[in-house]
Every structure is written in structure tokens, then in C-alpha cells.
Design a protein. Structure first.
Lengths: 60, 226, 244
């Protein structure tokens, strides 16, 4: 099914495949960067919560 | 004693002009920059007037854009730094009037000055004399629009250190349609074809910007100053 | 009737909704993109004029449409945040900006790769390409302005104003092929009247567009969770939400 002519894309392979390849990279980057942002935010929020509870404990 | 809006506007413009003329070197710097940048192109590309004439509209406009950007940084900065801007905002005339007066005064000493100097630069770039009226009209409309776009950018960046680079980054993309139509009008004037279409577009951009930008610039100042 | 609108102004509500929607958006995106790619690459017939090269449409057009849509979303969220002082709007705008910028870069790159075999050049200073490039500069400007302020709330508001002002570029990009003589092809889908493309080529394209939109929604929700957490770090609901 995925014969040689499919990969050759009528001679335009060196434009078509990098095109789709770069699209894949951009989509993956978006997902990865978003997850990283959320994880970092989560971590910072957790640290802030811990500092708040420690401050509350020290204060009492 | 309450001052009417028009009188307040006149007072403010006169104050701005007074302050500007007190430092004549600061007044001349953008003009000199304009001349220097225009000189760079013949040096870097080609000294032949026939070739320069083709590039002249673009070179003229890019130089005008860049030298306007230089002077825009100071539009609100000195008044914001010493607290005068806040005092003016509290004086009851409304921040928008102050912004309009300051921007208009700024255009008088930068944009209008550029328009007056442009025949000199035009001759240096090989622009024929009969193209000068349209060139100056398009530059006049363009620099006015640019002063307003710059007012928005200046309002947004007034408190920042190294704000002037960010100011350029903000203003230049907004100014690109202006560049396209302004250069097109001058280009048509040079080649003798009818420049009316491009001039109408420039005028439309100018009107659009002059009516909406004051509110955007005022909002920008309120955001950065409060 | 407007309660759903007011609920959306509440950060914990938005955080919860975003978290719940992510798997649905991702799943839908996978299906739409999967169908679109298979049908677009293997099933749709080659174009009469462009041959197999036309298949680049299946990533170029969706990314270009998304670059405009995301800017509009960002500008709308910014305007809502500025006018009604709804802080969540700033979080949405901040979350959308990098996604939109990446789609703009994707549109420019895929367009460039498509332009080389079709027009003979990787780049042309034509109205559509130039205004799309300006769109990229606007995205970068908004992101730079937001991060230039030490006070994040001030940065949010300044960036919001710039995003709102810059939205004039969106219709310019879309109508540039109508207003000026452009090398770029005219509109085939987003216009009044029937699309000017045969069904076998059109359906995969619509599916790719839908897939990109759903993917944007998914990534936006993930980023939005992060942005909301960053902005609401000190509040009690966050402390409850991040308890291990």
C-alpha cells in the first residue's frame, strides 16, 4: 500500500515530507510546552501552599 | 478659574513646544538621524541617481519611520518620571486631552519637521521636483499616523527600562500598512501616474488612527501609570 | 441565562472545566487529524495542475486559519479582560499567544515549502505573506510586552491592550488576496458561496481544520490550567487543588 510512488509524492517528496514533518514537530512542541508549563505552575503552587502551612504552624 | 478644553489644549501644546525648544539639540537629533540614514543607502547600495530614484520612496519612508521611533520614547517619559503626568491627569481636563496635546506637539516638532526637511533628502535621492508636493503630503499624513501609533506604544512602555527597543517592536508591525501606502504614493508621484488612490488610503488610515488611537493611548497610560 | 458567562469568570471553575475537557479535545483531534491525514495523503486524487504537491494544503491551510483564529481568540479574551476586568481573560490570552505564534510560523514555513515548487520561490513580498509575517511580529510583541513588566498584572493589561489594537491585522491578512493583486491563491473555503474544491479533496481538508482546532483547544486548556495556577497561586482553592 505504501509503495515507492507514495513516498516519492510525484517528485515533490523533498517539499511535502519536510512540510508534514515540521507540522508534526510544531504540534508535538505545543503539547510538550503546555504540559511543562502546567507542571511548573503546579510545582510552584504546591511550594507556595507548603510555605503557607509552615508559616501558619510557626505563627501558632 | 476653570479653563475650557480648547484653551487647555493650546496651553499644553505651547508648554510642550517650549520644553522642546529649550533643548534644541534634542530637537535636531531625529532630523540629523533622518539625514544620516538616508545617506547610508547611497553609500551601501549605489550612488547612481537613476538607481536611487527607484528606491527613493522606500528609503525615505524607512528613514522617516526609524527617526520618528527615536523621538517617540521621550513622548511621555520625562513627564512620567518626575510626576508631572500624574498631576496633569488629576487637573480635571481628562487624560485624553493631555495625550492629544502631547502627541500633536510631538508631531509638530518631529513629523512636521521631517516633512519640511524632506525636499532636501528627496533631491539627494534623485526624486524629481514635481513629485515633491505628493511626497510631502504623504509624509505629513504618514508621520501624523505614526505619532499616534507611537503614542500607544509609548504609553505601553513608559515605565520600562530598555523600553525603547520594545517600543519599536510594538510600533513597527502596526506601521507596516502605512509604509506600504506611503511609499506607493511617492512612487506613483515619481513615475507620473495618479497617486490619488494611495493618498486616499493614507488619509483613511490617518483618520482611523487619529480617532481611535487617543483612547488606546490613554488606556495604555492608565495601565502603566496607576 | 448569563450564569454560564459569569461562571466562566471564576478561576476555579475554569480550571476544573479545562482539566475535564482536555482528553475530549485531544481524542477528537486525534480522530480528525487521523482521518484527514490518511484521506489527504493517500485517498484524495492528485491535483490537475499541482500534482502531488497540492497535498501540502492539508497542513498549510489549517495552520494559517488557526493563526488568525487564535489571534482573534487572544484579542477577544484580552478585550473581555480589559473591559469587564475579568482576570481569567488574561490567562486565556497568555495561554493562547505562544500557540498562535507557533501556528503562524508553521503557516509561513509550510507556505514557503509549497511556494518553492509552485511559484519557484521560497518567499515573495506579496500582501498575504507579508501581512501573515506582520501577524507573527504582533504575537512576538504581545508576548514580549507581557514579560517586560515586573508586575504581572500590569503586564497582562498592557499586553491585552496591544493584542486588541493589533486585531486590525486579522482582516487585513484574510482580505489581502481580495484587496490587492496577490501571488497567493484566493479564498476557497472561508468565503460566501460554495467552496471551490471537489469533495474528495475538501473533506480531508475540513477534517484537518477541525483537527487543528480541537488540538488548539486541548493545548489551550492545558496551558490555561498552568496560567490560572500561576495567577491564583495565593488563593485557598489553589492550595486545595494542588494538595498531593
Amino acid at each position: 500500500m505504501m509503495s515507492g510512488s507514495f513516498w516519492a509524492m510525484g517528485g515533490y517528496a523533498r517539499y511535502v515530507w519536510p512540510c508534514f514533518g515540521f507540522s508534526f514537530v510544531v504540534l508535538v512542541w505545543n503539547l510538550w510546552a503546555a504540559r511543562r508549563l502546567r507542571a511548573a505552575a503546579h510545582l510552584r503552587a504546591r511550594r507556595a501552599a507548603e510555605m503557607a502551612t509552615m508559616a501558619a504552624v510557626d505563627g501558632s | 478659574m476653570s479653563v475650557g478644553a480648547v484653551a487647555a489644549f493650546n496651553l499644553l501644546v505651547r508648554r510642550e513646544l517650549c520644553l522642546s525648544f529649550r533643548r534644541p539639540d534634542q530637537l535636531l537629533q531625529p532630523l540629523v538621524f533622518f539625514l544620516i540614514v538616508t545617506t547610508l543607502f547611497p553609500l551601501g547600495l549605489s550612488p547612481q541617481l537613476s538607481l536611487l530614484r527607484d528606491m527613493a520612496p522606500g528609503v525615505l519612508w524607512v528613514a522617516a519611520l526609524l527617526s520618528s521611533l527615536l523621538s517617540l520614547d521621550g513622548l511621555f517619559k520625562s513627564d512620567a518620571d518626575d510626576g508631572t503626568l500624574e498631576q496633569l491627569a488629576l487637573c480635571g481636563q481628562g487624560l485624553t486631552l493631555i495625550v492629544v496635546a502631547k502627541t500633536f506637539a510631538h508631531w509638530l516638532v518631529s513629523g512636521a519637521a521631517l516633512v519640511l526637511v524632506s525636499p532636501v533628502v528627496g533631491t539627494a535621492l534623485g526624486i524629481p521636483v514635481d513629485a515633491f508636493p505628493i511626497m510631502m503630503l504623504s509624509l505629513g499624513l504618514g508621520t501624523l499616523t505614526l505619532s499616534w501609533l507611537g503614542a500607544i506604544g509609548a504609553g505601553l512602555t513608559v515605565g520600562l527600562k530598555r523600553g525603547n527597543v520594545l517600543l519599536s517592536l510594538i510600533v513597527l508591525p502596526l506601521a507596516m500598512p502605512l509604509l506600504i501606502f506611503g511609499a506607493s504614493a511617492t512612487d506613483r508621484a515619481i513615475s507620473g501616474t495618479n497617486a490619488a488612490g494611495a493618498l486616499y488610503f493614507l488619509a483613511a488610515l490617518c483618520v482611523f488612527t487619529c480617532t481611535l488611537a487617543p483612547f488606546a493611548a490613554t488606556t495604555a497610560l492608565r495601565i502603566t501609570l496607576e | 441565562m448569563w450564569t454560564w458567562f459569569y461562571k466562566l469568570a471564576s478561576p476555579p471553575y475554569v480550571y476544573g472545566v479545562a482539566a475535564a475537557l482536555v482528553p475530549w479535545f485531544l481524542g477528537g483531534a486525534a480522530l480528525a487529524l487521523g482521518y484527514g491525514l490518511i484521506a489527504g495523503l493517500a485517498i484524495a486524487p492528485p491535483d490537475y495542475q499541482q500534482g502531488q504537491a497540492f497535498r501540502m494544503i492539508y497542513v498549510h491551510v489549517p495552520s494559517a486559519l488557526l493563526s488568525l483564529t487564535v489571534y482573534t481568540v487572544m484579542a477577544a479574551a484580552s478585550a473581555v479582560a480589559l473591559i469587564w476586568r475579568i482576570k481569567v481573560g488574561h490567562a486565556v490570552a497568555a495561554a493562547a499567544a505562544p500557540i498562535g505564534a507557533s501556528f503562524t510560523i508553521l503557516a509561513l514555513v509550510t507556505g514557503s515549502l509549497w511556494g518553492r515548487p509552485m511559484w519557484g520561490t521560497y518567499w515573495a513580498w506579496d500582501p498575504r505573506l507579508t501581512s501573515e509575517l506582520i501577524l507573527l511580529f504582533l504575537y512576538v510583541g504581545v508576548m514580549s510586552l507581557r514579560s517586560a513588566f515586573e508586575d504581572p498584572s500590569r503586564g497582562d493589561r498592557a499586553a491585552a491592550l496591544l493584542a486588541t489594537v493589533g486585531v486590525v491585522n486579522v482582516p487585513i491578512v484574510h482580505f489581502s488576496v481580495v484587496w490587492w493583486n496577490s501571488l497567493h491563491q484566493g479564498a476557497t473555503i472561508v468565503k460566501l458561496g460554495a467552496p471551490s474544491m471537489p469533495g474528495s479533496m475538501l473533506w480531508p481538508l475540513l477534517s484537518m481544520w477541525l483537527g487543528f482546532m480541537l488540538f488548539f483547544a486541548a493545548v489551550l486548556c492545558i496551558r490555561l490550567q498552568g496560567e490560572v495556577l500561576n495567577r491564583e497561586r495565593q488563593s485557598t482553592w489553589v492550595r486545595e487543588a494542588v494538595k498531593p
